[in-house]
Design a protein around this ligand. Structure first.
Ligand code: THU
Length: 158
């Protein structure tokens, strides 16, 4: 029997539709692209997470000549958040922004490995980990739960 899965997400036409807190978080993700080390892809990604105490922790993609040794912006930010204040704060929102090699706003969408890390963070904290993706045309996509981003997740050990 064929079955259909529906994924829920929201789209906002511009930053003006977001709260001041979310606008600040997206600005932090855009700023974090400046720390990207991406000499191989020339694709600069920034991520910023809002913790439940209001703090912002950022990350950017860090590449390496041995390609798989590099890490995406989202995981750099999430792993850094685990090292902030002994990791005792839940991650409420993760914002992602990207620029391409000629400085144009580009579009990042969390890769499969990042989604796996995001969903484990969500499960660990027992609260939704919300994601905001800044799209190339200025719109913003919102996923209220990471489970919406990774259906049929591998969770055999959890
Ligand atoms: N990348 C991220 O940092 N986050 C994403 O959401 C997609 C891809 C990085 C990995 C690599 O350094 C570069 O972007 C090109 O794939």
């Amino acid at each position: 029997m064929q079955k259909t899965l529906t994924i829920k997400y929201c789209e906002f036409d511009s930053l003006q539709e977001l709260s001041a807190s979310d606008r600040e978080l997206i600005a932090a993700a855009q700023k974090a692209t400046e720390n990207s080390y991406s000499p191989y892809s020339h694709f600069r990604v920034g991520a910023a997470v809002r913790l439940d105490n209001g703090a912002i922790v950022t990350g950017s993609n860090q590449e390496n000549l041995a390609y798989p040794s590099g890490l995406c912006a989202e995981r750099v930010a999430l792993f850094s958040a685990s090292n902030y204040d002994n990791g005792k704060h839940a991650v409420e929102t993760l914002a992602i922004a990207a620029y391409d090699s000629i400085g144009l706003e580009a579009e990042a969408s969390p890769c499969g490995a990042c989604r796996q890390v995001m969903i484990e963070q969500e499960q660990r904290q027992g609260k939704p980990l919300r994601t905001l993706v800044a799209l190339h045309d200025g719109r913003i996509r919102e996923y209220k739960n990471t489970s919406d981003l990774l259906p049929f997740v591998f969770s055999a050990m959890l």
